[in-house]
Write a protein that binds this ligand. Structure first.
Ligand SMILES: [Zn+2]
Length: 424
């Protein structure tokens, strides 16, 4: 019975997506929905902040319904009747990571969050959804959008200059990456441009981007910072910068993030975009990437090249880290009775739903991490920060270490499918 329901649901969602004509429901610009998510490790709430109209829509006008089922959260946008799904997107946030920390057991705190959608022509119903412990989405917040509401913020985007530094495709059929400068002073804006050009060459060294150069656009917004560099709280270093990034996120020295999501979105709005990349003017090792939220990479470390595409694997295709910290804490990190939703890790509860069909029949599962299987696809123990009972597709991959500059076949497939989704 369960299977029949699943099949019907798949057919229904396919029909729903097949019937949506962009121009029937949307104008080619962005509606941004900002809110605060607050709470702790037990519970969380969503509080409305603002709606904002932004000048461009960079996403696909064909693939409006998310088919991937990735992310900790999801937005669902319905037409005015509430029956027809017209746009959806999965995503994750820094708050979702924070609730796994020790601090979240004792303290409640709030994070600013933001989601974007094409600008609806008529009234529409927005639902924000969370996953439960069984990884099933449920609605936690609902808001009726009136596109004629005069409280929709319409701030100008003319303070900074914008440059399309690479690509010639139309935004709706291209993967558009907007690069934001962090910790580059006015005098360093020419360095920013050189750095972006260098990172574009890094990007196109890695498959599948290597073979799809004509499907990608890079934009840069010239927003200088007062001071050079970024915050390093553990070393007592604080800089006045445009995006307020910092190392030592959750006390992890190399974890580079920012909580200033409002400012990020305000700067990204200068370009049509699918992904936001923050390039941080620093020599110190670090980075971060959260699915459909943002990417961060440092400009001048010897491993910057590897970090750049690794973080993009997180933010673009929701890939999990394939490394572990040598700790056997799977039950703390995951519900080990269901598959984690990330495509490139498995606890073997339902390996068929992951990459089992890509594995050679003669390869044992779990796969011994020996010379014999070094370049073979299998299920290798140690992944998703967990040493035991969580498995990764290959001995090594871009999502595991900086030693290889390629995605393993499972990650490559996910990134390739996402690229196709955005460029249709
Ligand atoms: Zn991989």
């Amino acid at each position: 019975m369960k299977k029949i329901i699943v099949i019907l649901a798949v057919i229904f969602s396919y029909q729903a997506s097949a019937q949506i004509n962009f121009n029937d429901f949307f104008l080619s610009k962005t509606l941004r929905f900002d809110y605060t998510r607050a709470g702790n490790s037990d519970t969380s709430f969503v509080y409305f902040e603002q709606l904002k109209e932004e000048p461009y829509w960079g996403g696909s006008e064909v693939n409006l319904i998310d088919k991937f089922n990735f992310g900790d959260y999801r937005i669902m946008l319905y037409d005015s009747t509430g029956n027809k799904l017209i746009y959806s997107r999965g995503y994750s946030t820094l708050f979702r990571e924070w609730i796994e920390t020790e601090e979240a057991v004792k303290l409640s705190r709030s994070y600013y969050e933001s989601v974007v959608m094409p600008f609806p022509k008529n009234k529409a119903i927005l639902k924000l959804q969370n996953r439960n412990r069984k990884n099933v989405f449920h609605t936690v917040f609902e808001y009726t959008i009136n596109p004629k509401d005069y409280f929709i913020v319409k701030d100008k985007t003319d303070k900074y200059s914008i440059e399309k530094i690479y690509g010639s495709g139309k935004p709706e059929t291209s993967l558009d990456i907007v690069v934001l400068p962090e910790g580059y002073t006015l005098q360093e804006m020419s360095k920013f441009k050189k750095d972006v050009a260098r990172f574009i060459t890094y990007f196109f060294k890695v498959p599948p981007f290597k073979e799809n150069k004509n499907k990608v656009n890079f934009w840069m917004v010239n927003a200088p910072s007062e001071e050079s560099g970024t915050d390093i709280p553990g070393n007592g270093i604080w800089k006045n910068t445009v995006l307020n990034t910092h190392f030592y996120t959750f006390k992890s020295e190399r974890y580079l993030t920012t909580r200033d999501v409002k400012q990020i979105r305000d700067l990204a709005a200068y370009a049509p975009y699918d992904q936001i990349y923050i390039l941080v003017n620093s020599k110190k090792y670090g980075g971060g990437g959260i699915y459909n939220y943002y990417n961060l990479c440092i400009s001048d470390h010897q491993d910057s090249e590897q970090v750049f595409t690794h973080e993009f694997g997180h933010a673009f295709a929701a890939l999990a880290d394939e490394y572990h910290y040598g700790v056997d804490n799977a039950d703390e990190m995951y519900n080990m009775n269901v598959e984690p939703w990330q495509v490139n890790i498995t606890n073997l509860v339902d390996f068929e739903s992951k990459w089992k069909n890509m594995v050679d029949k003669n390869t044992p599962i779990p796969t011994p991490d020996t010379k014999e299987y070094k370049n073979k696809l299998g299920a290798f123990e140690g992944a998703g920060y967990v040493e035991k009972r969580m498995y990764r597709p290959m001995h090594d991959c871009k999502m595991r270490s900086n030693q290889v500059n390629e995605f393993c076949p499972v990650c490559l497939k996910a990134v390739t499918e996402m690229l196709e989704f955005y460029t249709k």
